[in-house]
Design a protein around this ligand. Sequence first.
Ligand SMILES: Nc1ncnc2c1ncn2[C@@H]1O[C@H](COP(=O)(O)OP(=O)(O)OP(=O)(O)O)[C@@H](O)[C@H]1O
Length: 381
Amino acid sequence: MSSAGTMVSEGARPMTMASAASAKRIRFEDVSVAYNGLTVLDSLSLTVNPGEIVALIGPSGSGKTTALRAVAGFVRPASGRITIGDRDVTNLAPYDRDIGMVVQNYALFPHMRVEENVAFGLRARRTAEDVSRARVPEALAMVGMSAYAKRYPRELSGGQQQRVAIARAIAIRPQVLLLDEPLSALDAQIRRSMVDELARLHRDLPSLTVLYVTHDQSEALTLANHIGIMRDGKLRAFGDAQSLFRYPPNRFAAEFLGRANLLTVKDLQPLDGDRARVTFGDQQLIARNHHRLPPGSECLLCARPHDFRLDPPLSDSNRLAGTVRSVQWQGDTHSVTLDVAGQEVRLTSVPMHRPPEPGARLDVHFNPADVTLVPEDERHG
Ligand SMILES: Nc1ncnc2c1ncn2[C@@H]1O[C@H](COP(=O)(O)OP(=O)(O)OP(=O)(O)O)[C@@H](O)[C@H]1O
């Protein structure tokens, strides 16, 4: 642990975990959970492939933690099946599932020193004393906390406590690691460095299959191989992080993962490849039709704030003429809100020497390959 509070593995890969080849898959098969007769997780089917990180994101109350707790064995599904590798764990007790878990608020035992906290899971599993003696320093080294073994939790910062919680979870060498908002109690700067460190930890432990629940889309985009977006107990979108961001399958996914301008367009006409022409106001625009929406569809054109350009357009660019509503300087960017044919468009640019004034006319353009059409129909969302 450096004094700046970074998590670094000390020494050469101390933990000789099994290789990625022995990693285990987590599978939800049509899993529903109800509390007091109210369904809060509705027919969830989802696979976390061996050794990958899947992030579940979604608004408060959408069922993310419930899904995680069902894997951990803290809630029993009303129907469906959960498997880890080839084992059906649906009805196994939590301690029989070979799972490590880290929750938001550290949950360290305050009366135990760091090393005793990390040893706790090993003791509970009746791990031989000599094995435990080796595993505790290994796990602490993985999270850069070797120097803090003798401290009590109250003598640690929040970030340090969470590192100890992670060390405790991985000391048992679980097949599966469940992380429930592990960084949300930390301040923004520590959180950012912990995200990098979790990514590194996962590179050091490639056999670990991770289900990661978070509110924070940037954590999900940075860490996850695949992202699931939940709403009202249902999985509304699932895909690899990049595709989900670039080609959101519905309005909800577009709005939840990153900021999106969603322009209402109509009269879709497919062009060559996966492109299509659409009508926006009295203008024709070209966009990707990644979801192959049928001709004539009413849909949304999804453009991210950074997709817009202010420099002179290329010949095949889409152009929009707008009126500036507001301009905000945000340090490393300018954020501009425009009125374009009665719809609000937000764009970000590198800091401008002479930002436009509210009320000024501003022409922007964007490359057809950077924007995508999204179905408006709620049946898709
Ligand atoms: N023990 C419980 N008893 C009754 N209802 C519960 C219980 N735990 C959760 N719920 C309800 O289940 C729904 C889903 O909760 P869950 O904690 O899974 O959501 P979440 O997406 O993780 O939310 P958050 O991001 O706020 O943690 C919520 O409406 C919640 O009130």
